[in-house]
Design a protein around this ligand. Structure first.
Ligand code: FCB
Length: 520
């Protein structure tokens, strides 16, 4: 199954009704605004004059993001252990085109070249991730010095370039030895993970100050243990609930371990988020949308900020199935120093009419259930989720919906007492490649970022404390189960030669970073 199970849908109400319970935003719905000539097909696109007028604060942190397994390669070098993604990609039939991350962008060896690109493009922040299996090859036990040395050199090189290093501790690659011990549904992983976090903070925390424990925790727990499209391909709602609970405990324990080892550390997040809009104005759809928001956007945030699960379920949270123990609220509660989240695309949600049917394997749903029918994703949230296609689609099939950026940022600002926010990822897949002159003219990517950033500028103007934006991604890379068939980079990579070519979007983004304006 594709990572994004997108569906066609005609949604009269979408966009007109915003996040459940927040009708005050209605005055700025996309339909009120005009299209700009550069992006006519985007409903409610920000106009060219608004793009010209958009300004970002002088100290705004322009950045780019990547992830260890997607760019590093060097999968078995310098004592690195096998990870779940090594195992998965080495298993026939799992990845499109039989691709693996064995070499990827070879950033393990070419990091200096890549950081030089960031510097050339006036970047202020580089979000990268660390491979746990390089630090602890079997997931527990003493640290592998060669792995630490590698990341130490990487951090030094980033700092020498005048760029802020932003470290994600876990971007989906788990030491296979821990998967073999039950993976994230095994509660013991919370303590193993905290030990790993402490090792990193001890060795890098004298220079690194910005830490995010998990990339998109809902995605890897749900895809890996719920619906089985990511490794280890297990399927069961209870497994997902357990995995997610361990990750919530791990987040809390890691927060404390990092802070104990490094007095300079600030700990935030890199959550995936999709603004959700009710399909109709019915009370049932509005309530279902609130449950979606709690499950997909707040499930790991609310536990950190408030020590409790948000209202994601029709009834009480299924504590027994989660493996919840008395006192877990105190472990989970670690008010984050800043909140980081990604935004790519939105969702439209309705209340499920029929309950989901659990098959023999316990399979209970997908990420989006589609337009036809109204079956529930799972028995406890009773939501039905669609990805609308009112806006144009990128070449990964995701709907372009810039206005969602404004909605998400203002929603999080309102609900969590106006925290410091970082956009940890935003980007789009287009397959443009070098032309005869060697240029990569990817105008659609420029328009995409311009539109999303213009919405971000509006949110900042309206009081949101957003300090950073990271484009996904610095380089084209290994796009998980889609292998090398999708290109998100602002730099083109020829995977046969590893030659990098900065795309027109990268050059444009460099001018944006230098001027804090979008019409650069
Ligand atoms: C995000 C992931 C990132 C990349 C982009 C396209 O969800 O965090 O690794 O795959 O999507």
């Amino acid at each position: 199954m594709d990572r994004r199970n997108f569906v066609k849908s005609s949604l009269a109400a979408a966009g007109a009704t915003l996040l459940a319970g927040h009708s005050s935003l209605a005055s700025s719905t996309p339909d009120d605004r005009q299209s700009s000539s550069g992006a006519q097909s985007i409903p409610g696109a920000i106009s060219a004059s608004e793009i010209d007028a958009a300004r970002f604060p002088d100290d705004f942190l322009w950045g780019m993001a990547s992830a260890a397994y997607q760019v590093e390669g060097a999968w078995n070098i310098d004592g690195k252990g096998e990870s779940n993604w090594d195992r998965f990609s080495h298993t026939v039939g799992k990845i499109k085109g039989g691709a693996t991350g064995d070499v990827a962008c070879d950033q393990y060896h070419r990091y200096k070249e890549d950081i030089a690109i960031l510097k050339r493009l006036y970047q202020k922040s580089y979000r990268f991730s660390i491979s746990w299996a390089r630090i602890q090859p079997a997931g527990t036990g003493s640290a592998n010095q060669k792995g630490i040395d590698h990341y130490s050199r990487l951090v030094d090189t980033i700092l020498e370039a005048g760029i802020r290093p932003f470290c994600t501790l876990y971007h989906w690659d788990l030491p296979q030895a821990l998967e073999d011990r039950g993976g994230w549904p095994n509660r013991d992983l919370a303590s193993y993970y905290a030990e790993y976090a402490g090792i990193l903070a001890k060795h890098l925390g004298d220079r690194l100050t910005v830490w995010a424990p998990f990339n998109m925790p809902w995605t890897f727990t749900y895809y890996g243990y719920g619906i089985g499209v990511f490794p280890p391909q297990r399927t069961g709602f209870d497994l997902f609930l357990k995995a997610a609970h361990t990750v919530n405990l791990a987040q809390g324990q890691a927060f404390r371990a990092i802070k104990a080892a490094s007095s300079k550390a600030t700990v935030g997040s890199a959550y995936g988020a999709a603004p959700a809009y009710p399909k109709t104005n019915s009370e049932a759809d509005i309530a279902a949308t609130a449950r979606y928001n709690a499950m997909n956007n707040l499930y790991f945030l609310n536990t950190a900020m408030r020590g409790e699960y948000p209202k994601a379920f029709v009834g009480e949270p299924p504590y027994a199935a989660m493996g919840y123990r008395p006192g877990d609220d105190k472990i989970m509660k670690v008010p984050l120093d800043w909140i980081g989240f990604h935004y790519y695309t939105r969702r439209v949600v309705s209340a499920a009419i029929s309950t989901c049917v659990s098959g023999p394997s316990g399979h209970f749903g997908t990420e989006t259930e589609g337009e036809g029918g109204a079956s529930a994703r799972d028995p406890l949230t009773q939501i039905h989720v669609e990805m609308p296609t009112e806006g144009p689609l990128t070449e990964a099939g995701l709907e372009i919906w810039p206005h969602g950026m404004y909605d998400l940022v203002t929603q999080i600002s309102r609900e969590y007492n106006n925290p410091i926010i970082e956009i940890s990822e935003n980007g789009c897949c287009y397959l443009d490649s070098p032309d005869d002159s060697g240029r990569v003219p990817d105008q659609r990517r420029i328009s995409f970022h311009q539109q999303y950033l213009a919405e971000l500028a509006r949110a900042i103007r309206d009081g949101a404390r957003v300090r950073a934006y990271h484009a996904w991604s610095l380089v084209d890379n290994f796009e998980w189960a889609d292998g090398y068939s999708q290109r998100y980079g602002l730099t083109y990579v020829d995977f046969r030669t590893q030659k990098r070519t900065i795309k027109d979007s990268g050059l444009w983004y460099g001018r944006v970073a230098a001027s804090n304006r979008l019409n650069a």
